[in-house]
Design a protein. Sequence first.
Length: 328
Amino acid sequence: MSDVTAPDVLQLERRDGRFVMGVANKGDALSHAELTDVELPDEVYVGLFICAHNADAVEVDFNGVEIKPESGSALQFSFCEDTADPDNNPPVVVEGECSASDPTFVTIDLLQQTGGASYLLLDQVELPAGRVNWVRLKLEDPAGRFYESGGTEHPLSVPSGNQTGLKLNRGFDVPADGEVEIYIDFDVRKSIVQTATGYKLKPTLRLVEEFGAIAGEVDSGLLATTCLGPSVYVFAGAAATPDDIDGDKGDPVSSAMVREDMGSTTGYSYRADFLDPGEYTVAFVCAEGISPAVAPADDPEQDDALDFTPPAGKPATVVDGQTFAVDF
């Protein structure tokens, strides 16, 4: 087989019992591979198989955070190299611009921040007491990298991301002489879009202070046949109708990947964390979420027909600091 990946040109030729395939990227010479002694009838059908690209990693590079108090100017916190240890990660956090050292960035693999895991991006910074109106996460250009299963790397683009960053307009209160912990939930399934030229980040972020979780086990029978992207979708409201991700008001507020779990009775489990207290509907679905090439798929930019289990979902009540159990 050819070593060329993601070719722009494909040529297939039959010479009696020989089949010759030529592939190339645009502007390059064809790379050929050959099968010999293939016995087929005179009339054959030719087809093209397209496979979905599962992600090994989704890395985003953050170079700072901007926070806007209700009163006064926005506060900027930059990530700067540690002069004593330039390779130190996380780097030094400086209010304002980097002056004593060069600016740098923090790389976070979003696929590692699942199932309740989190990354401490900004720690022990001083903010004025009172209301904060918004938070902006500042990005490098390109914003990061998307790694296909197998290791192929693609730049991850965000339109105007290095100028505008990722802004969260939900505010929070900073107590006088106190502390506040704020979590930002980043839904990868709703945020990564495959385009004709690569992958783009279309961020879906939620800022939460008080939160709980929904978790449970998933029957192995639901994954017995080919199940691309097994997930649990979480919808706002106790009687919400499960629907795909397509940018409308019926989209799930969050989603959780189903993972192998040898400590569970079924061998599979999920955990949807950082959910605001309230009523929800949850449903299991098999749907590849990053590449729409193979059905069933859930392309975040179009309406897709998905089969949920159960079709009406299951109710869940989230309480601050607690985990509500829902099994499938």
